[in-house]
Design a protein around this ligand. Structure first.
Ligand SMILES: Cc1ncc(COP(=O)(O)OP(=O)(O)O)c(N)n1
Ligand code: 3NM
Length: 212
């Protein structure tokens, strides 16, 4: 295992939409201070140069906190900057091809919405799965809601860690108890909040109560 599954408990995903004049580094630092255990740089709008600059800044910060930094979608950038890993969806580069490019030591995360997709991703070299949307979300336009029974079936079918994603808040997280997830991945429950550190602390406490 490249990381302890406890590291997946509170997986934060960046979103420049919520910066409100603050720097990405600043908001990410606050979230790390609040207990974020895994971080994904997700930025669909910046050019490669800006993305690389952001990634380098966050890499330094994450190393200080011993938190893995995962790059959304962009395998080439992840390799160029020697990131800890990459997260890809079902419509991105196929998991096996990503694994070939990354080599055996980097972390590969894959999105899955069915048991079949989950098993295939695991077989092709995924280290963890992101499964959702477990609640309605305003952070991703095309994220359809997924029944919690499907999340549970995926967790039972695979041996790699699963994180739930989509619309998760400190208030609804308890509904995911018993599904078998190792953690939760969130954007707005942390980065859309006024006090990012407190929001992360509250979520960390809530997730610690529902995962084994
Ligand atoms: C941890 C995690 N799970 C799922 C996703 C969604 O990935 P994807 O389906 O590729 O969608 P985009 O993020 O590219 O919009 C994720 N990013 N992280
Ligand atoms: C990036 C992403 N992927 C999803 C999926 O279902 O695959 S839902 C989502 C957005 C998560 O943001 P929030 O925590 O603000 O709902």
């Amino acid at each position: 295992m490249k990381f302890d599954k406890e590291k997946m408990r509170l997986y934060a995903i960046t979103d420049r939409h919520w910066l409100n004049g603050r720097s990405l580094r600043e908001v990410v630092k606050e979230s790390l201070d609040g207990g974020v255990t895994f971080l994904q740089l997700r930025d669909k709008n910046s050019d490669d140069e800006t993305f690389l600059q952001e990634a380098a800044e966050l890499q330094k910060l994450c190393r200080d906190y011993k938190v893995p930094l995962i790059i959304n979608d962009n395998v080439e950038i992840a390799l160029k900057m020697n990131a800890d890993g990459v997260h890809v969806g079902q419509s991105d580069m196929e998991a096996g091809a990503v694994r070939e490019k990354l080599g055996p030591d980097k972390i590969l995360g894959v999105s899955a919405r069915t048991v079949e997709q989950a098993l295939l991703a695991q077989e092709r070299g995924a280290d963890y799965l992101g499964v959702g949307a477990v609640f309605a979300t305003g952070s991703k336009a095309d994220a359809a809601e997924l029944p919690h029974e499907t999340l549970k079936a995926i967790c039972e079918a695979v041996s790699i860690p699963v994180v739930a994603i989509g619309g998760i808040t400190a208030e609804n997280i308890s509904q995911l108890k018993g599904t078998g997830i190792c953690g939760v991945a969130v954007i707005s429950a942390i980065y859309a909040q006024n006090n990012i550190k407190e929001a992360a602390e509250e979520l960390k406490e809530a997730v610690d109560k529902i995962v084994l």
